[in-house]
Design a protein around this ligand. Structure first.
Ligand code: AMP
Length: 282
């Protein structure tokens, strides 16, 4: 596996693949890699000739009170995992390499679907994501890009942006990788105390309970009320518990496929999860 830290050296590394018209799969990450990220790499390997992974902790998607400075940076361990998973090129640029010294006056802003869910409590977050992913798409020029369903809203925002701005890139969503007890794998799980780690799987359990309630005739409103109650009882401070359509439109009843979304804090650590609930007519 090659590791490149500048746009110029990345271009040089990819030149032979581009010349031979090999397909390039791209997995953008912020590092501190776990099996969830590696599943994206494995999916990319299945569908593309060459796999490029980026590791970049993107300052412009963090709010002023968020964890940019403390975000776990584990480049050495990450590169080992990526090499083992069969990644061909790791792109790990500095902030300086990505943003330079000049003021940045352009941003990519995706409307409406960034105003809901995480967009409500994380002002500017999705502008930062859409902007950095645009830059990375231009730099890497992939044929296909891979994103996790763990960040369902992010995936929807990237799909919308790719369509709206005519990026010639297929966006593939990859299912959520979970620990054995159901907790969605996340770099932020490392912030949890032992006790909080024991409570954290309750999010997924509550989501599957709500799915079961919906499929056994509870109303959507009742299922959401029950979901909120069980999280509060377990000790979570709820940011949101909501149901939307898979493309983030409002829903009022369980009469179509829906996604249940949770964002909740245990102490200072904010966890997100979601579950697609399929509708089958009886
Ligand atoms: P991050 O490093 O947190 O920015 O995540 C990089 C990519 O990995 C994003 O597309 C995430 O949605 C995806 N990802 C993170 N955790 C998981 C997980 N548990 N399962 C599937 N994809 C994930």
């Amino acid at each position: 596996m090659k590791t490149e830290t500048t746009v110029q050296s990345l271009n040089a590394a990819l030149a032979p693949a581009r010349l031979a018209r090999k397909t390039i799969g791209f997995v953008p990450t912020m590092g501190n890699l776990h099996q969830g990220h590696l599943n994206l790499v494995l999916e990319a390997k299945k569908l593309c000739d060459i796999v490029v992974v980026s590791i970049f902790v993107n300052p412009i998607q963090f709010g002023p009170n968020e964890d940019f400075d403390n975000y776990p940076r584990t480049l050495e361990a990450d590169s080992q995992l990526l090499a083992e998973a069969g990644c061909d090129v790791l792109f790990a640029p500095s902030v300086q390499q990505m943003y330079g010294d000049q003021p940045r006056r352009t941003a990519v802003v995706v409307g409406e679907i960034t105003d809901v869910l995480c967009g409500r409590s994380r002002a500017g977050h999705f502008d930062g994501v859409a902007t950095v992913v645009t830059k990375l798409f231009h730099i890497v020029q992939p044929d296909t890009a891979f994103f996790g369903q763990k960040d369902w809203q992010q995936l929807a925002v990237i799909r919308q942006m790719t369509r709206d701005l005519s990026f010639p890139i297929d966006v593939v969503g990859v299912p959520i990788a979970r620990a054995e007890d159901g907790l969605a794998l996340s770099s932020r799980n490392g912030y949890l105390t032992d006790l909080q780690r024991k409570v954290a799987p309750k999010i997924y359990q509550s989501l599957t309970d709500a799915e079961h309630a919906l499929q056994t005739q509870s109303s959507l409103a009742d299922a959401l009320t029950q979901l909120r109650a069980s999280l509060t009882k377990a000790g979570f401070e709820i940011d949101y518990v909501e149901a939307l359509s898979p493309d983030l439109a409002p829903v009022t009843a369980f009469d179509q496929d829906i996604v249940l979304f949770v964002a909740a804090k245990l102490g200072e650590t904010r966890l997100i999860d979601n579950l697609l609930v399929k509708y089958t007519e009886h």
